[in-house]
Design a protein around this ligand. Structure first.
Ligand SMILES: *Cc1c(COP(=O)(O)O)cnc(C)c1O
Length: 434
């Protein structure tokens, strides 16, 4: 399997090179040269297979011969060794809970897979890789946890001081070993800007081999297909589900779409957005414009220019009518998000996090709109984070306290370790130089 750049101006590379580089030299995103199709045999038997076996068979063609089958199976086993329950919320709506991993967010899956792949590659590569990430909370904790103790890889995380939740900060700053947390005296945008500048700094890149760990990286993006198969494994209806994905950078939904293109039965996709509604507007008008990101209570989706939209367009040959037929999108305000958390808690005794709430509200709108024709339309949404990670917002909406999960209690006794730096590239550079 080779990967080409969506900008078509870079040489094609295999999975190993695409993972190590992150982004193509022409600044495009790597995309599989041909999408492997699932066999009839697999589609009729995967419901009986183990999670690790499904992951292994789905990702195999994408990895090719860059990792041995034995190593790949181990990586898969490690990546998915927690639960992915599909929980019924109403007669028509179920929640695929993706927050049972070590940092309580779906980003654990991609981060765990990518870190083990890089660890595997670095065994036979003299280059020491430095992973540099900016985070508003979830990415950093999943990446830090996934890469902890992986040989040949250093991880540096920039996060905005005072702007991540308590549990997120503990997850970022208490690991030590090969993980360093830089506490930036500024905003998430400052952190992102500083990281971007580091990637463009030629002098620095001669000294350090930098790579990113966001969903631009194929090794983080592609394993996100796995849990769409686990959802279908648990789906009891004859009709395939409508699947609704809370979307920011559109990595998650693009992984679901590639699974569907390769044969996984899904009736329709709904891209759930907060007030950052570039894609919702695109479906209405056919025109794609990037916007300035606006801050919302579902802040992991505050993206003004979603990087994976180029992959979405590529998958459908930029055919607007095909895209429109298969995907719908809604934009949900903060007010509606809070009201949804409150209403679903009261009526169904289910606690949503703000990102899941945006998805729930979007799915409900979609099912109501088509309900006139077909009352048996049913769907599921991806619940991408545990509500405790956003306890301020959730407790205000429900009026109930959220229990700190047992698996997180040990964090409360650990000591935060971070390096405070100014929100200027100079400060990051002098840290990296030392
Ligand atoms: C990152 C994130 C999202 C958005 O996922 P994308 O792949 O960027 O679209 C949604 N919810 C939560 C909780 C996240 O951390």
């Amino acid at each position: 399997m080779l990967y080409h750049s969506t900008n078509s101006n870079s040489e094609k590379v295999n999975f190993r090179e695409a993972t190590i580089r992150g982004q193509a030299p022409d600044k495009g995103l790597y995309f599989p040269d041909s999408i492997p199709m699932l066999t009839k045999e697999f589609l009729s038997s995967f419901k009986q297979k183990s999670k690790a076996q499904i992951a292994f068979e789905v990702i195999g063609p994408y990895v090719g011969d860059t990792i041995t089958e034995e190593d790949l199976f181990q990586i898969c086993e490690h990546t998915v060794n927690f639960d992915f329950p599909l929980v019924r919320v109403t007669d028509n709506i179920s929640s695929l809970e993706l927050f049972h991993g070590p940092t309580l967010a779906f980003k654990d899956i991609g981060a765990r897979f990518m870190s083990r792949c890089l660890g595997c590659f670095s065994k036979t590569d003299s280059r020491k890789v430095t992973v540099l990430v900016a985070t508003s909370g979830d990415t950093g904790s999943a990446v830090a946890n996934g890469f902890l103790g992986v040989g040949g890889v250093d991880v540096i995380i920039l996060y905005p001081s005072g702007k991540v939740s308590k549990i997120q900060e503990l997850q970022l700053t208490t690991l030590g070993q090969n993980i360093t947390a830089l506490e930036v005296q500024g905003t998430f945008d400052d952190c992102q800007q500083m990281v971007k500048q580091a990637f463009m700094d030629e002098e620095l890149n001669k000294k350090l081999f930098l790579t990113s760990a966001n969903s631009i990286n194929v090794a983080r993006w592609l394993p996100q297909q796995f849990y769409y198969f686990y959802a279908l494994q648990q789906w009891q209806q004859k009709e395939p589900p409508v699947v609704c994905v809370p979307s920011g950078n559109f990595g998650n939904i693009c992984a679901g779409l590639i699974a569907a293109v390769s044969g996984l039965p899904v009736k329709h996709f709904v891209a759930a957005c907060n007030s950052n509604d570039v894609f919702t507007k695109y479906l209405l008008s056919g025109e794609l414009y990037s916007q300035q990101a606006v801050a919302t209570i579902s802040n992991a989706m505050d993206v003004g220019n979603p990087s994976n939209l180029v992959r979405l367009l590529e998958m459908f040959g930029s055919d607007y009518s095909r895209i429109k037929n298969f995907i719908s999108s809604y934009s949900i305000s903060d007010k509606e998000t809070s009201e949804t958390i409150s209403r679903v808690y009261k009526n169904y005794n289910y606690t949503l996090d703000p990102h899941g709430a945006v998805a729930y509200a979007s799915l409900e709108k979609y099912l109501n709109e088509v309900d006139g024709q077909a009352t048996n339309n049913r769907g599921l949404f991806l619940e991408t984070a545990h509500p405790v990670k956003f306890s301020d917002v959730v407790e205000k909406a429900t009026g109930a306290t959220i229990e700190f999960p047992d698996s997180m209690k040990h964090l409360l006794h650990l000591k935060k370790k971070s390096v405070m730096i100014e929100a200027e590239y100079k400060a990051l550079k002098s840290f990296l130089d030392s």
